[in-house]
Ligand binder design. Structure first.
Ligand code: B12
Length: 254
């Protein structure tokens, strides 16, 4: 059993006590934070608090002090975003707070991204992401993109109101093994199915694993439209992307 008192940062301990209710998630989050240094815990606390100036300053200071960019991203930023994701899912915080946290994450990633890009670390896979035609909601998609980027994927963001042809062209252009579509409106959710059909018509369906998501997208809906999977939040999106990439590799090797 994980001991919360082993986490040095009081703000993080309080956040976990107050907001992380599911025992499996509480155990996982506590175990994630315990090995993080006090400096990384402070960055995580600032991010959860939506303090973009704090994250900006502390990320820069940590890099100047010689901390690896990857350590800051994993232990400071991504760990914190997991807590934010759970708080949002459980309705403890709402869109404005999530946006403030996303802005804080961006402030940190502004230092980390160029370092990781320059270090030549190969991305683990390429993902095309976009919100489907007729739909302008992009907050959730952007959170997924941020988490995918943090997990080592190269992500090409097609933005909002993306047509079937734009998805197909991007997958072909980048040779992407993964496509993620987001839709929030019941009127635009069917456009995900139409895009999947367009991939079938273009004889490209076998080349790419397709993930779908958005608040009203259920597993049943995803299955019906012929998608390869769905996830209810950005953490789940990263897990799904990893799983589908592995499946595609195994299929191609068989
Ligand atoms: C913010 C918002 C807006 C903003 C969008 C700003 C932006 N840049 O995104 C604005 C004001 C523009 C807007 C406009 C409209 N909206 Co609106 N909006 C919302 C609101 C309040 C929050 C959505 C949101 O960002 N949630 C937060 C994110 C983090 O959650 P999320 O998107 O679900 O994403 C998570 C998961 O779903 C998943 N995920 C998301 N995408 C993907 C993709 C993949 C591949 C995977 C694996 C996972 C995944 O991970 C994400 C992170 O955890 C919702 C209500 C609600 N509570 O959901 C209404 C809501 C979605 N909107 C609604 C409506 C009706 C509209 C309008 C039609 C209103 C109007 N009459 O003009 C317009 C439509 C504009 C258009 N053409 O798209 C309705 C939809 C009803 C329905 N079921 O069809 C909702 C549900 C409100 C309501 N209760 O009526 N909206």
């Amino acid at each position: 059993m994980a001991d919360i008192n082993e986490i040095e940062n009081e703000f993080l301990r309080d956040e976990i006590e107050e907001f992380i209710e599911r025992p499996d998630e509480r155990e996982r989050i506590i175990n994630t934070f315990i090995p993080c240094s006090p400096e990384m815990q402070k960055i995580a606390a600032a991010l959860i608090d939506g303090d973009n100036h704090g994250v900006d300053e502390m990320t820069k200071a940590a890099l100047d002090a010689g901390t690896e960019a990857l350590e800051i991203m994993d232990d400071g930023l991504i760990c914190a975003m997991s807590v934010v994701g759970i708080k949002f899912r459980e309705n403890f915080i709402f869109v404005p707070e999530v946006l403030a946290c996303a802005r804080a994450m961006k402030a940190g990633m502004a230092y980390i991204d160029p370092i990781l890009s320059a270090s030549g670390i190969q991305p683990i896979g390429t993902v095309i992401m976009g919100t489907v035609k007729g739909d302008l909601h992009d907050i959730g998609k952007n959170l997924c993109i941020m988490m995918l980027g943090g997990a080592g994927f190269a992500v090409h963001d097609l933005g909002v109101d993306t047509s079937e042809d734009e998805f197909i062209d991007a997958v072909e252009e980048h040779g992407a093994p993964l496509l993620g579509m987001s839709a929030l409106l019941t009127t635009t959710m069917p456009n995900m199915g139409k895009t999947i059909d367009a991939f079938i018509d273009a004889d490209l369906r076998e080349e790419v694993k397709i993930m779908v998501g958005g608040a009203s997208v259920t597993q049943e809906f995803a299955d019906d439209m012929g998608a390869d999977g769905t996830a209810e939040d950005a953490m789940g999106c990263v897990e799904l992307a990893n799983r589908l990439l592995q499946e595609l590799k195994e299929e191609q090797e068989a």
